[in-house]
Structures are given as C-alpha cells and as structure tokens.
Design a protein around this ligand. Structure first.
Ligand SMILES: Cc1ncc(COP(=O)(O)O)c(C=O)c1O
Length: 389
C-alpha cells in the first residue's frame, strides 16, 4: 500500500541539513578533516551531581510510573532559581515543564489561537517559532530584525491592522541566530505594546547564561508587568548541558499555563521522573560553574570572530548565545552555495543563513561547539584555501 503524505509535509522537507550531512560523510570517508560548526548541541558535559541524580533515580522502580505532573520539588527548584538568578518571584501555578523548548514551542500555539489568527515572529529567527505557528495554522507576520533598528523589532512600524489582528508575538534575546541582545528599555516598551494591543508575548530565554563582555542576562519575567502579558520558555539545555534529557519550562501568566496544561493533559503523562530529579539537581548548580562555562564560550567566540576578522572575513563579535553570525565574504550572495563550497574547500561546516528566514540570506551561522585550538585550525584551513579572495 502506498501512503500519500499530507500536504503540510511540504513544509517539513529535509533540506540543506541532510545535504550538508551527506557531504560531510563523503569528505570524512576520503579522510578529510572536518570542523563541524553547524549544530547547536553543546559539547560541554553536565555536572556530575546532575548525572548522579538521574542515575540514582533510575534504580527505583516506582520512578517508572507515569509522572502525570511536575513534582513539587521540581517546581520549588525553578522558583528558587528564578528568585536567586533573576530576582523574580514565581508561584507554582505559573510553571509547567515541557520536553524541551523545541517541543513546547511547537505546541503552545495550539491552545491559544484559531487557524488564520495572526502571530508575530522574527525574521531572521529560530525556525521552531515558524514551525509552531505553521502547525497551528496561524497567519505569520514576520517582523524584520535589521541593523537600522539595532536588531530589535520596530514596534511602532508594525501596521495598526496587524497589531489589532495579532494574538501572539514571539521574542527571543540573546537571539539565535543573530547573536544580539536587547536592552532593558526594549522589554519595557514591549510590555506596554503587548498590553495596549492585547498581544500575548512568548519570550524564548535559552541563552541568558551565555552572554558576553560583561552584559547581564535577564529574564523577561523580571520586568514589571511581564507576567500579565506573557510567558517565558526557560530551557535547561544550554545553561546546564542537560540537552538530551529534554527539559524546559514555560513560566509566567497563570491563565496561559493553565490552558496549556489542560491541552497537554490529554496527550502527555508527564516527564520521566529520573529526568525531573536530574533537573532539580541542575537547577541547584553553583552560579560559578555556569559563569565559568560562559567564560569558555567567550574564549571560543574570541577565537572564532577575532580569528576570522584577522584573515579578512568581517564576522562581528557575538553579544550572546552559543553562536556567531555574519555576512558572507565578498563576492558571495547565496548562503547555501557558499556553505557547500566552504565545506568542500576547507572542511569547515557552518549553517546557511537562509535556514533562518529570508533576511538570513547572505549570512552564515557558526555554533561555538569546538575548543579554541580546533577553531584556530579551522581558521587556518579557511586562510589557506583562498576562499576569502
Ligand atoms: C533560541 C532557541 N530556543 C530553543 C532551543 C531549543 O531548546 P531545547 O533544547 O530546550 O528544546 C534552541 C536550541 O538551539 C534555541 O537556540
């Protein structure tokens, strides 16, 4: 029997990543050295106390029952973390877990909007925002992030009819892929804008602990009025390298949390209890550990951005996130074609900017997932190839 895919699957084509991966395998089979900066999976390890908490919990048979909900100790650990890290008070009914921000973001629009409702999303932006909106059959209005407006949404430039129609807006700083941060004043304006236009804000806070040059990573919820107008995704993937365990939280407006919980109660029996135990341990990680990791990311940022500038490729210093972002070298305009040529000629793999929306074209993104020595080797390979002209 032949099954025909639903029309929506046209939006889920394998695309450039599979092509890049096939090429990587081909080059590796020829013995070529590869420097893979394409995937944003941290190469740092979780702390031992986190792994121990998971593994000890795995030895208790009662932990294999359906969890059904978040354990009280887990909610308390989130509350303590937000109080200590962001000086922000949250209540237990303002928190729920999801299987990673990626999964949560895919589904959160479903209980919030009707097909055709307008949602505001960044361009360039992290692709899961568009996927979530697509799954819920939203009408996507993409707000541009450009140099002229300091890579922030120009709220005043969003047409009045779009503001009236919009139900949800996704915002995320430090921003993947553009590696920019937002000043406090932006969040204050955003909250006023949301309140005036009755638009729910979803802030994706994946990178507040990976932020450079003395900037302070904050939570959207630490700004007055935020909880009234929005929620924040808080992932354990990057701050604590709990990436594969799939654990993130939606935190904020209690009505939105209640709605999303009600929706999920029909499809989700809660996160595996040992994963919840590991998350409790992760949330108690010493600040110094998180800061030291950020320092190492900054070392890599310096090696990559500074190193590429030194050989004539003007990649600006990333302000935050575990990435670097910049324009293609002179003479190139098509990011897919450039990334293939770069891999072929140098063994360096990065991600084409076009994967992040139309305004990402003409750019590339590097994930800071290799140590400084390998970054230096990769830069030397680029220099020797002559690809920069
Ligand atoms: C902006 C942003 N949000 C969310 C995620 C995914 O987070 P999680 O591992 O919690 O699904 C990433 C991962 O790269 C990201 O860059």
């Amino acid at each position: 029997m032949i099954f025909e895919a639903a029309d929506k699957m046209k939006n889920f084509e394998a695309g450039i990543f599979n092509i890049l991966d096939d090429k990587r395998k081909e080059l590796e089979s020829q013995g070529r050295k590869i420097y893979n900066f394409s995937v944003g999976t941290p190469d740092f390890e979780p702390e031992e106390h986190i792994m121990k908490a998971v593994s000890e919990a795995c030895l208790h048979p009662e932990n294999y029952r359906y969890a059904l909900s978040d354990r009280d100790e887990l909610l308390e650990a989130v509350i303590r973390r937000y109080k200590h890290r962001y000086h922000t008070d949250i209540a237990k009914n303002e928190i729920m877990s999801v299987y990673g921000s990626q999964e949560g973001m895919t589904h959160i629009f479903l209980p919030l909007i009707n097909p055709g409702d307008v949602v505001l999303l960044p361009n360039p932006g992290y692709p899961i925002f568009n996927t979530g909106a697509f799954v819920a059959q939203a009408s996507q209005w993409l707000y541009p992030l450009t140099e002229e407006n300091d890579y922030l949404p120009d709220l005043a430039a969003i047409p009045e009819d779009v503001c009236r129609a919009a139900k949800v807006m996704v915002v995320s700083y430090p921003a993947n892929p553009i590696c920019k941060t937002a000043p406090d004043s932006f969040y204050e304006e955003l909250i006023t804008f949301a309140r005036e236009n009755e638009i729910l804000i979803i802030h994706d806070n994946a990178y507040s602990d990976i932020i450079y040059d003395g900037r302070e990573g904050k939570s959207f919820l630490s700004f007055p009025g935020a909880k009234e107008v929005g929620v924040e995704f808080y992932s354990l993937s990057k701050s604590y390298n709990y990436t594969g365990a799939r654990m993130s939280f939606v935190i904020g407006n209690p009505d939105v949390i209640a709605l999303f919980k009600r929706f999920r109660s029909q499809i989700d029996y809660g996160i595996f209890l040992p994963v919840q135990m590991g998350a409790i341990a992760a949330l108690s990680t010493d600040d110094a550990v998180v800061k030291e990791q950020c320092r190492k990311y900054q070392e890599r940022r310096d090696a990559l951005c500074g190193g590429l500038r030194a050989i004539g490729w003007n990649i600006p210093d990333s302000e935050g996130t575990m990435f670097a972002w910049g324009s293609l070298p002179e003479g190139y305009t098509d990011s897919n074609a450039f990334v293939m040529e770069l891999m072929e000629r140098t063994g360096v793999i990065c991600t084409p900017g076009s994967s992040f929306g139309s305004l990402g074209e003409g750019h590339v993104r590097f994930a800071l997932v290799l140590p400084p020595e390998q970054i230096k080797e990769a830069i030397e390979s680029i220099r020797q190839s002559g690809i920069l002209g």
